[in-house]
Design a protein around this ligand. Structure first.
Ligand code: SF4
Length: 222
């Protein structure tokens, strides 16, 4: 898919999903926890779990670091992978308390590259988590990618890169800077709803005519 076609597709998807920044109005550490909790989970479950958590403790590094691991695990369990997520979240909370940066000010105010490096130095924070946080919380120019976006990149032949950074660099050439925050959400919603991994729902696809995927499935009327 060429740049012009991709941008046409992106406009359709932005118009369809009208993504809103779900992190707006939430605390920086709370959002970081939400991003970690959301891994391999749905938005609905993540929201429920985070509501359950914040109804019991303030979502601050001090409160989370001081919470018993079993209690945190019990609350986060519905979102899955609590054995991995709980130690990660507790360790990040501990590091932030130790740094004296409860509000994550240093992360939000640093220039983009150092801010990303600092986030990646936090225990268990990978490029995707860092990019989502930088985009939604700090308003930085990143283009976060999850498995849905990576699949679309492959299907639409946007990159032949093998790793996150290479694919991300290629994808950024396609997505205009001003559309990256909403665009990453729109692409995720599209990957979840229509262009699914195993069986893409091509019959319901709003960008069918522009799609050049090998696994595009014929429509009944075509
Ligand atoms: S036509 Fe099918 S493969 Fe192509 S983008 Fe739409 S759902 Fe995905």
């Amino acid at each position: 898919m060429d740049v012009r076609t991709f941008r046409r597709v992106l406009r359709v998807l932005l118009d369809r999903y009208k993504p809103r920044n779900w992190a707006a109005g939430r605390g920086r550490f709370e959002v970081l926890m939400s991003i970690i909790v959301s891994q391999n989970s749905t938005d609905l479950v993540t929201e429920r779990v985070m509501n359950a958590l914040t109804s019991q403790v303030p979502p601050t590094p001090t409160a989370i670091a001081g919470m018993r691991a079993e209690k945190l695990a019990r609350i986060l369990r519905p979102a899955g992978l609590s054995r991995q997520k709980v130690p990660k979240i507790r360790e990040i909370a501990r590091v932030l308390v130790e740094r004296g940066d409860e509000e994550m000010d240093a992360f939000a105010t640093a220039r983009p590259s150092p801010a990303r490096r600092m986030l990646l130095e936090l225990p268990g924070v990978g490029p995707k988590t860092a990019d989502v946080w930088l985009s939604l919380v700090a308003g930085r120019d990143t283009m976060p990618m999850d498995t849905h976006i990576t699949r679309l990149v492959r299907r639409w032949h946007l990159s032949s890169g093998k790793d996150y950074e290479r694919i991300n660099a290629d994808l950024r050439r396609y997505v205009p800077r001003e559309n990256r925050q909403a665009g990453h959400l729109a692409l995720i919603y599209f990957g979840r709803e229509i262009c699914q991994a195993r069986t893409p729902r091509c019959e319901a696809c709003p960008v069918y005519d522009d799609c050049d995927a090998e696994d595009k499935r014929p429509r009944k009327d075509s």
